[in-house]
Design a protein around this ligand. Structure first.
Ligand code: ZN
Length: 360
């Protein structure tokens, strides 16, 4: 009898626990790069079952992106998304929010503030209507409470983070580093986020531009070492991907949240580097700039680039989540499952291909 009553009590505990069972059974940090066709939407589920969504993809298309985020949340066993961070007010990052808010309860909201261009103002106003009093305006150095996981805001309108994290310090790559003129205002105000779990260090700077990357990288590398990095600008690297930053943070694994014809593979021909005499040369091709970084162990892509489908300018097909565009595109995601000891396994949902890495 005693055994039975213990089992009943345990079952009751499981039923009343606020944490979903599937998350509760998983001691790992889960990261899901949801395919939003060249927008951005990355879902984090902490070992204790808390959730944080960084960006919400595009609007429209029958609420495609909101539905894909909802499906990923359901698969992760979530009944709500606890934290929603919006990097900036462009449609490929905040556009899916309104539809998503009708599919699943959303907890708290975080953003860079009310600085906005006229064209983006309706999106800001729509966000404010949804967030209401649950809104927090971030500044660099802030943390978002996420049990068991250390979050840090690296940049958000205003000065970048003051104190280096994750072993950051003086950066030798700043000598003769190539500079570029600032991009449009939204890509300067951007929220950039670090998520650290034990020895595993994730960072994403959204669409942050080269000039702001240089503030984070020079003269001091404020990001320190990064294990997994979501490359800026969906891999297009037009006015981003400064070698002085990428070479200093030395990502072991990169994820490219590109679309079939967005980001990676786009010609970087509208930006004129400010090439001071003696500036260090750098690789113009975005894919090769990533692939040639010392210590690079793997690049994972949301899509094969159809802007530049040269196999030498795309990662191995097994590490590409989506090969097609149009009706045959199924929106497969890329996931990381991160153990407390720094071991992490990346998975391609299209073919089940996995690779396990160890955070340095
Ligand atoms: Zn974007």
């Amino acid at each position: 009898m005693k055994r039975v009553s213990t089992a009943v009590a345990f079952a009751a505990l499981m039923l009343t626990a606020s944490v979903p069972a599937s998350a509760q059974n998983n001691a790992n940090l889960q990261i899901i790069w949801i395919d939003v066709e060249g927008g951005a939407a990355t879902l984090f589920v902490s070992p204790s079952g808390q959730s944080l969504l960084f960006d919400t993809g595009y609007p429209g298309n029958g609420d495609r992106d909101a539905k894909r985020i909802f499906a990923a949340a359901q698969k992760a066993g979530l009944r709500q998304i606890d934290h929603v961070v919006i990097s900036h007010w462009h449609g490929d990052h905040v556009g899916g929010l309104e539809a998503l808010s009708k599919l699943i309860p959303l907890g708290r909201f975080y953003d860079h503030g009310d600085g906005v261009e006229t064209v983006d103002r309706p999106r800001l106003e729509g966000y404010k209507a949804i967030a209401g009093a649950k809104r927090t305006i971030l500044k660099a150095g802030d943390t978002i409470p996420f049990p068991g996981v250390q979050t840090r805001v690296l940049v958000s309108e205003g000065p970048v983070i003051a104190t280096p994290i994750n072993g950051g310090g003086a950066n030798a790559l700043c000598t003769n580093a190539v500079r570029q003129a600032p991009a449009g205002p939204e890509n300067i105000r951007m929220v950039g986020l670090s998520v650290t779990y034990g020895n595993f260090k994730f960072a994403s700077l959204g669409d942050l531009d080269w000039s702001r990357e240089m503030e984070l990288a020079c003269p001091v590398n404020k990001l320190g070492a990064v294990t997994v990095y979501t490359i800026n600008r969906h891999g297009g690297l037009d006015n981003s991907g400064a070698p002085a930053l990428l070479g200093a943070i030395k990502p072991q694994v990169m994820v490219v949240n590109n679309g079939p014809r967005k980001g990676l593979g786009a010609k970087d021909d509208r930006v004129k580097p400010i090439a001071a005499p003696g500036s260090a040369p750098y690789e113009a091709n975005g894919y090769l700039r990533m692939a040639k970084l010392p210590g690079m162990e793997g690049i994972w892509q949301g899509h094969r680039s159809l802007l530049d489908s040269d196999p030498a300018h795309n990662t191995a097909p097994d590490m590409i989540a989506n090969l097609e565009e149009g009706p045959t595109d199924q929106g497969h995601s890329i996931t990381a499952s991160v153990a407390a000891n720094g071991s992490f396994t990346m998975t391609n949902a299209r073919n089940g291909f996995t690779r396990t890495y160890m955070a340095k």
